[in-house]
Design a protein around this ligand. Structure first.
Ligand SMILES: NC(=O)c1ccc[n+]([C@@H]2O[C@H](COP(=O)([O-])OP(=O)(O)OC[C@H]3O[C@@H](n4cnc5c(N)ncnc54)[C@H](O)[C@@H]3O)[C@@H](O)[C@H]2O)c1
Length: 367
């Protein structure tokens, strides 16, 4: 198999895991990096033995690069992805696809125009934990799903992220930053969402950074930090979904799915591991499920590997632009519902992604 040549734009906090991922996945090499901060791009290139570091336009001018991985901040995602598509490269973008639905649509339409592909993170739903949930649901261990609940409640990233300001700007906040993990997991298991209603608030309008190097700097909060929503899926399942950066602690589960015959407890969707628990009439209490794959630990890059193999084989890939656009529209509609105090219907649809097939073809440790 010919390895795809990848360029990475954005060499900040999350870049290490992507830049080391060719050690894990079989079908790509990273041959160049770029960042507005060229020094950071150069340092990351040296650290990960990548032959080229430079400006975005110099990276995009390289003919041998097939696909750009976009690891910039959310506010730059759409522009950087569109530039990459204009330069004739496929794109795999970190979440969210863009900060607004209309910008996200622009990215997808540009790709269509150019005959290129767009993939969108998160890819955690391809990990051992959530793929096991998919297997159990398809086997009917909890019967037909009727309801779900999902809770992402925490205190915000200003105590640990080195540059946390963007988390409180458009395109982030608890909903747009961590919501994609929960919503992508739910859509991958239950299919697309039909309508949403919510109540939201900005609890503290100004927050203080406590991490280095910007400790003491104030951040003006521009997005809701406490979001309570109800979602109705196309298959009739009703879900309760809360996200917040205002909560000190909680004992609520991450995600549960309720069925006609039992209950399934999902693992943290911001990870690839288990544990997965279920109960039904045949179990005595909660049963921990054996995981059906070994894709655990930090496997960021599996979605990219699957996309590359999908392009090569002419088959749909799982972290699709359509799924990313649906999740983006859903998040926007959750905010709109609170602003307008009414239920909001979604316009986009996407297919429930198929289970990940043949991970051993992509994954070094299983090859
Ligand atoms: N940090 C995490 O734990 C984490 C986890 C999963 C996903 N993500 C996602 O990854 C993306 C990046 O997050 P991060 O934490 O690495 O952010 P970061 O702020 O640490 O890094 C972003 C980098 O992008 C560069 N950049 C910004 N705009 C650019 C532009 N127009 N052109 C070129 N470079 C540009 C910045 O200079 C910076 O080096 C975000 O979408 C975030 O949601 C982050």
């Amino acid at each position: 198999m010919k390895k795809a040549k990848i360029g990475v734009i954005g060499t900040g906090s999350i870049s290490d895991i992507y830049l080391s991922s060719p050690n894990t996945f079989l079908n790509y090499d990273i041959t160049g990096v770029a960042d507005l901060n060229i020094k950071r791009a150069e340092e990351q290139a040296v650290k990960h033995h990548i032959p080229f570091a430079g400006t975005v336009s110099d990276l995009l001018a390289k003919d041998e690069i097939d696909l750009i991985v976009n690891l910039t901040i959310p506010g730059a995602h759409a522009d950087v992805s569109i530039k990459a598509l204009q330069a004739g490269k496929h794109v795999y973008s970190e979440k969210p696809l863009a900060t607004t639905y209309s910008e996200g649509l622009r990215v997808i339409e540009k790709a269509l125009q150019q005959g290129l592909q767009v993939g969108v993170a998160p890819d955690t739903f391809l990990g051992a934990g959530l793929q096991t949930c998919r297997y159990l649901l398809d086997k009917g261990v909890i019967g037909e799903p009727i309801g779900a609940s999902a809770f992402m409640l925490g205190k915000g990233p200003e105590s640990w992220h080195p540059n946390p300001e963007f988390f409180y700007k458009q395109g982030a906040g608890p909903l747009f930053d961590l919501g994609p993990y929960y919503l992508t997991a739910l859509v991958s298991l239950l299919g697309p969402v039909k309508k949403a209603v919510s109540m939201n608030q900005i609890t503290v309008p100004e927050r203080e950074i406590t991490s280095q190097p910007f400790a003491g700097k104030k951040i003006k909060v521009e997005v809701p930090t406490y979001v309570s929503s109800l979602l109705q899926f196309g298959n009739g399942v009703n879900a309760t979904f809360m996200t917040s950066f205002d909560v000190w602690n909680t004992k609520l589960p991450k995600i549960e799915i309720y069925g006609t015959e039992g209950t399934l407890i999902l693992p943290d969707p911001n990870g690839f591991d288990g544990p997965v628990y279920y109960m039904n009439q045949e179990t005595t209490g909660w049963q921990e499920a054996s995981l059906i794959s070994t894709l655990s630990g930090n496997c960021r890059g599996i979605g990219l590997a699957d996309m590359i193999s999908g392009i090569e084989e002419g088959r749909p890939y799982l972290c699709s632009g359509k799924l990313g656009l649906h999740v983006l529209e859903l998040m926007e509609k959750i905010i709109e519902s609170s602003d307008t105090e009414r239920f909001v219907e979604l316009n986009t649809q996407c297919e429930k992604p198929k289970p990940l097939a043949n991970p051993h073809k992509l994954y070094q440790h299983l090859a």
